[in-house]
Design a protein around this ligand. Structure first.
Ligand SMILES: CC(C)(COP(=O)(O)OP(=O)(O)OC[C@H]1O[C@@H](n2cnc3c(N)ncnc32)[C@H](O)[C@@H]1OP(=O)(O)O)[C@@H](O)C(=O)NCCC(=O)NCCS
Length: 176
């Protein structure tokens, strides 16, 4: 029997089929993302990155266009000295289905999302105790910024802010 191969593809949402978008949303929700407004946020992302095992979607990442209010709140709560306006994109939706973890597949997933930023600075948040994610973000060129702050979604957990400052800091282009 053939063992399905893994592959990573990165697409603009406008280049995705309805089925791809639905499956992306479904898997991101399996990772615990708040469902409210998620399809809309997925549709306006810069890029959607998919880890496929054969034809099956088993992992996601995305380069998001964060809402200004949400982003300002994150930067304020992290007490960073960085200006939120300098970081127009957010790396997020990093999720690999449990059966497919531990195979060093997160790095290419994250790299594909970051590469789609094309010179625009990016931020990301992670739980303070998510050491694997801290390792992956640091390897992708992100640095910790500011202080841990309390999660509003999960009581007792703390969140940290990471930033990847692109030299020259290009402005973000319009959504397509
Ligand atoms: C985070 C997640 C995508 C990682 O995927 P994975 O398949 O488990 O991880 P990989 O095998 O690709 O790579 C993990 C990397 O972290 C490293 N790592 C794992 N545990 C670690 C730890 N406790 N401390 C430091 N590094 C660690 C591994 O060595 C590996 O690094 P390497 O590729 O440089 O050797 C996956 O665990 C997941 O989906 N978790 C739930 C969702 C989540 O937490 N998403 C992040 C939201 S911010």
């Amino acid at each position: 029997m053939d063992i399905p191969m893994y592959s990573v593809i990165s697409k603009r949402p406008s280049d995705c089929s309805d089925r791809e978008l639905q499956q992306f949303v479904k898997l991101v929700m399996a990772g615990g993302e708040v469902a409210k407004g998620l399809p809309g946020r997925v549709q306006k992302a810069v890029s959607l990155v998919m880890l496929l095992n054969g034809d099956a979607l088993v992992g996601t990442a995305g380069l998001k266009r964060p809402e200004t209010g949400y982003q300002s709140k994150v930067f304020r709560r992290a007490q960073t000295d960085k200006a939120p306006g300098k970081f127009p994109f957010e790396l997020g939706w990093v999720y690999i289905a449990p059966d497919h973890r531990g195979g060093k597949r997160a790095k290419p997933l994250i790299k594909a999302a970051v590469d789609s930023s094309e010179g625009v600075s990016v931020f990301a948040t992670a739980r303070q105790n998510n050491e694997a994610m801290h390792h992956l973000l640091t390897n992708a060129g992100f640095v910790l910024s500011g202080m841990p702050y309390a999660s509003q979604q999960n009581a007792g957990q703390k969140i940290v802010l990471f930033v990847k400052d692109a030299p020259g800091g290009k402005a973000a282009g319009p959504a397509v």
